[in-house]
Design a protein. Structure first.
Length: 483
């Protein structure tokens, strides 16, 4: 087999692996939905509420890792020597063991003192099991991070399927044994089997290594990434909070439905981005020349733009058909479409975000996330509490916060490559006019429903015509590198 054939086969396998990874994400999401519906059926409203509280505690436990999986992902992406690779892995997994020890002591103290944490719920009856669940999941996240950097995505898919399948088997074949205890136990067993699978297939000789210097380095790098993610996560959470407080419960239903549908529909694209980020970090780390960095960022942004805009137009064309099946949720239409447009800028920021991580400017990301969160925090309460505006106005504010975050990333990258901030920002704005104008036309389509399809078609034609050179360049790039 020639070198060219080997290269093409390697590239094809890489693309095929990413595609299968994305497909598996949707399969696992389907398993999760079925599992939650069955849990709701067998537990009933009161026990389901308790399960929700326990699940929330477990989610908060994921923050006890202090962002170290995020920093480990970056560090492993940058490391070339296997010895250093092993040192970081041994230090990070040892950190999990230290964390387990302290949280285990906390669980024992709470159980012994019979502390009742929240109102009338006897959470201490379950707390030890939930803490153990959280710790096994943290360990699982660390192992997934290692496999993510090594691009062993199939094993990540299988392990995530195991996590969903074990509780589902209980719900399907052992329905009379379903309880809070049994669900927690089977969830822990699911994570346990997944951890065993990943641990056995780990091509690294793991040994305990309480390297305080490396652990401190991971925490120091990870905390800013954790804070940045929390701020970004809180944009949606504070919006949900405002809607739940200042609007009827029905409006909260529409808003929650919108968020859930968007998260589900974007899962494939975000899964692909999650999988390729380590590669991008490594590539940017090796780049020294500013023009080379700029060209590569531009290529990434163009690819992401094509993907997300293709998806956006597909949603705009198919969503009216979706309401034929779920007419009771048609009031969510505007919110869904506006938030989809906002996510254009989240997806487009991948290259900038990867470069910032590669150059270890993670502290800057805290301020980028904080600015967007504060915008929603302030203007969100203005439009919900005082102006009593429609929910889609809140969605527009969220969209603006995403745009602000995107241009914050652009500004950080400008400083990294030492380009004139004003000139580069103006150039970015001018370049993005070919995307802003189609978005504005689509916004008009949302509110002028009688011209919906005409405006959507006009926006699509405008986007294709003014991005034709980008499409041609990407086709040429694909032919040169993959065919």
């Amino acid at each position: 087999m020639t070198y060219l054939h080997t290269r093409i086969l390697k590239r094809f396998n890489s693309i095929n692996g990413l595609f299968l990874f994305s497909v598996f994400k949707y399969i696992n999401m389907g398993l999760k939905v079925i599992k939650m519906l069955l849990i709701a059926k067998y537990l009933g409203p009161e026990l389901l509420g308790l399960w929700g509280i326990l699940f929330l505690i477990q989610e908060y436990l994921q923050y006890t890792h202090l962002g170290t999986p995020y920093s480990l992902n970056v560090e492993l992406s940058l490391i070339e020597k296997r010895d250093n690779f092993n040192r970081y892995i041994n230090a990070s997994l040892s950190f999990v063991i230290i964390l387990s020890f302290f949280l285990g002591i906390l669980a024992i103290i709470i159980s012994l003192l019979n502390i009742n944490l929240i109102l009338n719920y006897r959470l201490n009856d379950f707390l030890f099991y939930v803490l153990f669940w959280g710790l096994v999941q943290v360990y699982f996240v660390f192992l997934k991070t290692i496999y993510r950097v090594q691009q062993r995505l199939f094993l990540i898919n299988i392990s995530e399927s195991i996590v969903e399948m074990l509780p589902l088997l209980l719900l399907v074949f052992g329905s009379k044994f379903v309880s809070i205890y049994s669900l927690i136990i089977f969830t822990i067993i699911g994570f346990g089997f997944a951890v065993i699978l990943l641990q056995l297939k780990l091509n690294i000789n793991f040994k305990l290594s309480f390297d305080s210097k490396l652990i401190n380095e991971l925490i120091k790098f990870g905390v800013p990434l954790l804070l940045s993610n929390i701020f970004f996560y809180l944009i949606i959470q504070i919006s949900k909070t405002y809607v739940s407080i200042f609007y009827p419960i029905k409006e909260m239903g529409y808003f929650s439905f919108s968020i859930s549908l968007i998260m589900a529909s974007l899962l494939g694209i975000k899964a692909l981005q999650w999988a390729i980020t380590p590669r991008l970090i490594n590539k940017f780390y090796k780049m020294q020349f500013k023009n080379e960095i700029l060209r590569y960022i531009q290529t990434i942004e163009n690819v992401n733009s094509i993907f997300i805009f293709s998806f956006v137009y597909l949603v705009f064309l198919l969503l009216p058909l979706f309401w034929k099946l779920y007419p009771e949720y048609i009031n969510s239409n505007n919110t869904i479409l506006i938030l989809i447009l906002g996510n254009v800028f989240v997806i487009k920021g991948l290259g900038y975000n990867s470069l910032i991580l590669a150059k270890k400017k993670q502290n800057k990301l805290i301020f980028a996330g904080a600015k967007s969160f504060i915008l929603v925090l302030f203007f969100g309460i203005m439009v919900t509490k005082y102006l009593k505006a429609k929910i889609d106005i809140l969605a527009i504010i969220i969209m603006i916060s995403y745009i602000l975050y995107y241009y914050s990333l652009v500004g950080i990258v400008n400083k990294i490559i030492e380009k004139d901030k004003t000139t580069t920002f103006r150039n970015a704005m001018l370049k993005n006019l070919t995307e802003f104008i189609p978005i504005i036309i689509l916004l008009a389509a949302i509110y002028f429903i009688e011209f919906y399809y005409y405006l959507t078609a006009f926006s699509l034609i405008f986007y294709i015509v003014f991005n034709l050179s980008v499409l041609n360049n990407l086709i040429k790039h694909f032919r040169m590198n993959y065919l």
